[in-house]
Design a protein around this ligand. Structure first.
Ligand SMILES: Cc1cc2nc3c(=O)[nH]c(=O)nc-3n(C[C@H](O)[C@H](O)[C@H](O)COP(=O)(O)OP(=O)(O)OC[C@H]3O[C@@H](n4cnc5c(N)ncnc54)[C@H](O)[C@@H]3O)c2cc1C
Length: 275
């Protein structure tokens, strides 16, 4: 559904070199939005660029009727988006796609690479924290990036946070999947897993998702992954964002990241497929 949403705020957060913005939109979308879904946003008031840009829903406030998005400026579309000011209206298509399963009890492992943490923010928000303990493994380039991607917000949520940076400026130096592996090895997750009380969700670069999938599946932990393919229509019509999955019958099939995804079961994704 195409909707005009009012801009409540659209501002750079953190270090200017990181180019990360927080966008809060007021309107109807908040009523039905689910964690892991995304919005397809028209980034300028004209038809140029023609294609909308997909951005994940990072926060949902049904009382205030607001949704929050975090975006990193990487090209022309996201740069144009920065120009919207408070009280401007943005044309938004959404909420779109299939989001995360929200666990009702037990423990939830979240694995995030870089800006892949953004869709996980809305999952953290939706989980009943009395019933579900959350462990977030988050990896980024350096401390500037993590702070700019709202590390403070994550610290305030009180999740059990394990951090890695590539340059060692904060937390473990190296890959976030090293932390995941160590976390699973050193914790008492095996019993929880046996009782189906452990689940995992991940978002980030494909290489990280593939490694997380291997670790989780080896430990029999059900993992959902949020994929980021480039997409055009956003509503399942153009097939521009298809990925290859293995069906229950073992045959390869295509799924549309914008429709059946972006969240898929890790075990069905064929990681090394050409498209
Ligand atoms: C379902 C989904 C949810 C997303 N959620 C977020 C989010 O919450 N926050 C956020 O900052 N970004 C998110 N992205 C990525 C975002 O859509 C792109 O960064 C954006 O469309 C780039 O537009 P642009 O015109 O600025 O850059 P372009 O000029 O189109 O591209 C600039 C560079 O970014 C790369 N790029 C563009 N789109 C993608 C993509 N989908 N995946 C990987 N690389 C890409 C291009 O290859 C190029 O190198 C999401 C993408 C998808 C598919």
């Amino acid at each position: 559904m195409y909707l005009k949403q009012r801009v409540v705020e659209n501002r750079l957060i953190g270090h200017p070199s990181q180019g990360i913005y927080k966008l809060v939109l007021s309107g109807q979308i908040s009523k039905t939005a689910q964690p892991g879904q995304f919005l397809h946003i028209q980034v300028s008031a004209t038809q140029d660029p023609l294609l909308r840009r997909p951005l994940s829903i990072a926060g949902i406030n049904r009382v205030k009727e607001e949704v929050t998005i975090y975006y990193k400026v990487v090209g022309r579309g996201t740069d144009l988006l920065t120009r919207f000011k408070e009280n401007d209206y943005i044309s938004v298509l959404g909420p779109l796609g299939t989001g995360f399963t929200i666990p009702q009890k037990g423990e939830l492992l979240l694995i995030a690479g870089g800006i892949g943490v953004f869709p996980l923010y809305s999952l953290i928000q939706a989980v009943d924290r009395e019933q579900v303990k959350i462990h977030l493994f988050w990896g980024g380039e350096n401390i500037d990036f993590l702070e700019s991607a709202d590390l403070k917000y994550i610290l305030n949520t009180g999740v059990n946070l394990k951090i890695s940076t590539m340059d060692g400026s904060l937390g473990h130096q190296g890959l976030v999947t090293d932390l995941l592996q160590a976390g699973i090895r050193d914790s008492g997750f095996a019993d929880l897993n046996h009782n189906h009380l452990l689940a995992a969700a991940a978002c980030g670069p494909k290489g990280m998702l593939k490694a997380a999938a291997e670790i989780c599946l080896k430990n029999n932990i059900p993992l959902e992954v949020s994929l980021e393919e480039r997409m055009a229509c956003g509503i399942g019509a153009c097939l521009g964002c298809v990925c290859t999955v293995k069906g229950e019958d073992g045959n390869l099939k295509r799924k549309r990241v914008c429709k059946e995804g972006p969240v898929l079961k890790a075990e069905e994704v064929v990681w090394d497929a050409k498209s």
